[in-house]
Write a new protein. Structure first.
Length: 311
């Protein structure tokens, strides 16, 4: 089985021998070829095949800039038996929701660029992150209700249409503390979006952080699951967790290696057998200091599980 990983795996400053994430950004900007070569060599050493591009600097623009052209990037991938499967689309989390209307042409143009790149490099899934919720009991109160969700669902439909013209599927990512992670919120956006144009990329760890059961969520929407991030977490975060710019970094204290948390991967794997997957399992290790051995353990876990062994 081919197994992939999300490049968020490589955001740890410790892996790069620096102290902060801005220093990782600086390394990628000043010596991108060395940085991306090390990433690709690490993936090959770990026995990983598929890649989900992440947010800058480990996005499509960073990859092309590092090698000088899409053709050179393709050669670097091929020599290591690597493939681009998917790409994360962070734009909706970086624009205030009330500005979506005026920003829609720009958003759709960015979807067009991402989908065209994926199609040219063999990728099939554009994974969309949605905006964060407001902190519980913050003022003024903000509710994820029908009136709030419907316009966003309409935008997602139009994004999915643009991606589909290139043979790429748009999939909502269940990032914790966003408006589409808690089980009811996933249900809401699956109801409001057109299944022909909008699919789902569940992440068990993030669903656990929101107090949900990943297998129950997957079971209700299995016919729309085109990819899944294989990730585990120890427990839910408190409902009154402050949601600020550092919320994604604070998730990391709750993440753990596959099989050490609450996710029932045996049941998840059985459900995935009935999903219209467009790529293989995508391991996700947020900012891992030693990604190669951790990815190897993940590959072993997935292979044992899917072959009927004991993981």
């Amino acid at each position: 089985m081919k197994i992939g990983t999300d490049l968020v795996t490589f955001y740890s400053p410790a892996f790069w021998g620096v102290a902060t994430e801005p220093e990782v950004d600086h390394l990628a900007a000043t010596d991108g070829h060395t940085v991306w070569t090390r990433i690709f060599d690490s993936l090959h050493a770990a026995g990983v095949t598929g890649i989900e591009l992440a947010f800058p600097p480990f996005d499509q623009a960073g990859a092309v800039a590092a090698f000088g052209s899409e053709a050179a990037l393709a050669h670097a991938l091929k020599t290591r038996n690597l493939e681009i499967w998917s790409s994360f689309f962070p734009v909706l989390d970086r624009i205030p929701v009330h500005e979506y209307g005026s920003a829609e042409p720009r958003i759709l143009a960015q979807v067009e660029t991402a989908a065209r790149f994926l199609a040219a490099t063999g990728g099939t899934v554009l994974v969309a992150g949605l905006p964060c919720r407001a902190t519980f009991l913050s003022e003024p109160p903000a509710f994820v209700d029908l009136a709030f969700a419907a316009p966003i669902a309409g935008l997602l439909n139009r994004m999915g249409f643009v991606a589909a013209r290139h043979g790429v599927t748009l999939a909502i990512h269940t990032e914790a503390h966003t408006i589409a992670c808690a089980p009811r919120d996933v249900d809401l956006f699956m109801l409001l979006t057109d299944p022909r144009y909008v699919s789902l990329c569940p992440d068990p760890a993030h669903i656990i952080l929101e107090g949900g059961n990943p297998a129950d969520v997957l079971g209700r929407h299995v016919e729309r699951v085109v990819a899944m991030h294989w990730k585990d977490a120890t427990c839910a975060m408190p409902v009154d967790t402050p949601i600020g710019q550092d919320i994604h970094a604070r998730h990391r204290d709750y993440f753990c290696e596959l099989g050490n948390g609450q996710a029932n991967f045996g049941r998840l794997a059985a459900l995935l057998a009935h999903a219209p997957l467009r790529c293989g399992p995508i391991l996700e290790l947020d900012a891992c200091p030693r990604p190669v051995p951790a990815l190897r353990r993940g590959v072993t876990f997935v292979n044992l599980l899917t072959r009927g062994g004991v993981a």
